[in-house]
Design a protein around this ligand. Structure first.
Ligand code: GLU
Length: 445
C-alpha cells in the first residue's frame, strides 16, 4: 500500500478498534487508491480519505419488544449515515445476530462506492440490528419492526436517508417498517423505503435485481474473454433472495447451477437446481434446504461443510461476508474456475481475492457485481418521485443497462490506471473519484 495512504489507514484502524470487517473493507479500498492520489494531489490536501472513513452520522439505539410468551426482549439497532456527497444515504438494513457496529460500518463503507458506481444519485448508508429472525413468528417480526421504526423514523426520509432490505430483511419486514413510519409521521412518503410491495409503491424487478445483476455483470466479464454462462457449471452459495435469483438468471443464460447452501449445509443437484422448488421451500415455507433433498431424487445434502468443496467453472458467492477463504479459492482455481461474481458483500477474504487475482481469472467484486439491487432501489425511488410504475420489461432493461455500464466503467478505469482486467481496482477507483470530486465541490463539511 502507498505509504501516504497506509498512514491514514493506520489512523482509521486505531480510531475504530475491534471493528475487523470495517478494517478489512477500508484496507481493500485503500490498496487500490495510491495511483489516484498521484494524479489528484487535491484529494490528499482536502483530507478526502480521512473524511470518507468517518461516517457523517452514526445512530445506535435500543429496540425493546415483547416475544410471543410475553417476555421483554432487548436488541440493539444501528443506522450509519456514511456519506451523502452524491445523494440521500441509501443502503439496506440487516437483521442478524452477528450485527454490530463493525459490520454496519463495513457495509456502509462499501455502499458509498457501490452506489457511486451505479451512476444514480444516492449516497451511502447501512443499518440493522442484532436481532435473530430465525424461528420468530410473524407477530414477533412485526412487533420488532414496529419498535425498530419507532426510533429510526426520526432519522430517515426520502431526501435524507432511504433504507431497504439486506440479510434478514425482505418484503415482509419492509411492509411492517413502512406501516409504522406512515403511522408515526402521518405521511404516505413512498420514497422513504425501497423494496416495498408492488401494490404499495414497490418496483417490479427489485426482488430479482441483486441476483440478476450479479449474473449480468459476470456475463459481461465472461464476454471479454469470448465466453458466456452457456454451458458453465455454476455454484451459488446461499439460498436467500440474492442466491435464488442469481440461480434463475444463470440458468436462463444456459448455465447448469449444481449447488447452493444455507447456514446448516449445502445441496448438490447435478441435474441443475429446480428454482420453483427452491422458491417454494425458502420463500413460501421459510424452510431449510434439507427439505429440498427430501423432495427431489438424486440430490446430495451435505450437513455442515463448505459448499466451496464443489467444483465449478463459475462461482457466485451470494451468502455473507468472508464465506470464501484462501484455501477454498486455491482449490477452486486448481479445479478449473474461470470466473467469480460476488452477489454478497465482501464474501471473499483478502487472501481469496489475492488467489483469484494471481491466477488471472475474472473476479467481480461485490461493490460492482451486486450493485443491481441498490440500483433498482434507485429506480424505485424514481418511480415514487414521479408517482409512476414501470413494466417489468422496461425496469429489467434499465437494470441491464446499469450493470453493463458499471462493468464498462470498471473496465475502462482499470485500463486507464494500467491494470487491465482488474475489476477490484476499477471499481474502487471509479467509485472513489466520483465521491471525492463531489465532496471537494461541496466544501469542508
Ligand atoms: N442491501 C443491498 C445492498 O447491499 C441493497 C440496498 C438498497 O437497496 O438500498 O446493496
Amino acid at each position: 500500500m502507498d505509504a501516504r495512504l497506509e498512514a491514514i489507514r493506520n489512523t482509521v484502524l486505531a480510531r475504530n478498534p475491534g471493528e475487523d470487517e470495517f478494517h478489512q473493507a477500508v484496507t481493500e479500498v485503500f490498496e487500490s487508491l495510491g495511483p489516484v492520489h498521484d494524479r489528484h494531489p487535491e484529494f490528499l490536501e482536502g483530507a478526502v480519505l480521512e473524511r470518507l472513513c468517518e461516517p457523517e452520522r452514526q445512530i445506535i439505539f435500543r429496540v425493546p419488544w415483547t416475544d410471543d410468551a410475553g417476555r421483554v426482549q432487548i436488541n440493539r439497532g444501528f443506522r450509519v449515515e456514511f456519506n451523502s456527497a452524491l445523494g440521500p444515504y441509501k443502503g439496506g438494513l440487516r437483521f442478524h445476530p452477528s450485527v454490530y457496529l463493525g459490520i454496519v460500518k463495513f457495509l456502509g463503507f462499501e455502499q458509498i462506492f457501490k452506489n457511486a458506481l451505479t451512476g444514480m444519485p444516492i449516497g451511502g448508508g447501512k443499518g440493522g440490528a442484532d436481532f435473530d429472525p430465525r424461528g420468530r413468528s410473524d407477530a414477533e417480526i412485526m412487533r420488532f419492526c414496529q419498535s425498530f421504526m419507532t426510533e429510526l423514523y426520526r432519522h430517515i426520509g426520502e431526501y435524507t436517508d432511504v433504507p431497504a432490505g439486506d440479510i434478514g430483511v425482505g418484503g415482509r419486514e419492509i411492509g411492517y417498517l413502512f406501516g409504522q413510519y406512515k403511522r408515526i409521521t402521518n405521511r404516505y412518503e413512498s420514497g422513504v423505503l425501497t423494496g416495498k410491495g408492488i401494490s404499495w409503491g414497490g418496483s417490479l424487478v427489485r426482488p430479482e435485481a441483486t441476483g440478476y445483476g450479479t449474473v449480468i455483470f459476470t456475463e459481461e466479464m465472461l464476454k471479454t474473454r469470448g465466453q458466456s454462462f452457456d454451458g458453465q457449471r455454476v455454484v451459488v452459495s446461499g439460498s436467500g433472495n440474492v442466491a435464488i435469483n442469481a440461480i434463475a438468471k444463470a440458468q436462463s443464460l444456459g448455465a447448469v447451477v449444481v449447488a447452493c447452501s444455507d447456514s446448516s449445509g449445502y445441496i448438490v443437484d447435478e441435474a441443475g437446481l429446480n428454482v420453483a422448488l427452491l422458491r417454494q421451500i425458502k420463500e413460501v415455507e421459510r424452510g431449510r434446504l434439507k427439505d429440498y433433498a427430501v423432495r427431489r431424487s438424486a440430490v446430495a445434502y451435505v450437513e455442515g461443510g463448505s459448499i466451496w468443496d464443489v467444483d465449478a467453472t463459475v462461482a457466485l458467492p451470494c451468502a455473507t461476508q468472508n464465506e470464501l477463504g484462501g484455501e477454498a479459492a486455491a482449490r477452486l482455481v486448481r479445479n478449473g474456475l474461470v470466473a467469480v461474481g460476488e452477489g454478497a458483500n465482501m464474501p471473499s477474504t483478502r487472501h481469496a481475492i489475492a488467489v483469484f487475482q494471481d491466477s488471472g481469472l475474472l473476479f467481480g467484486p461485490g461493490k460492482a457485481a451486486n450493485a443491481g439491487g441498490v440500483a433498482t432501489s434507485a429506480l424505485e425511488m424514481q418511480q415514487n418521485a414521479t408517482r409512476d410504475s414501470w413494466s417489468f420489461e422496461y425496469t429489467e432493461q434499465r437494470l441491464t443497462e446499469i450493470m453493463v455500464g458499471i462493468h464498462r466503467r470498471c473496465e475502462t478505469t482499470a485500463d486507464e490506471y494500467g491494470a487491465p482486467g482488474n475489476y477490484v481496482l476499477g471499481a474502487n477507483v471509479a467509485g472513489f473519484v466520483k465521491v471525492a470530486d463531489a465532496m471537494l465541490a461541496q466544501g469542508l463539511i
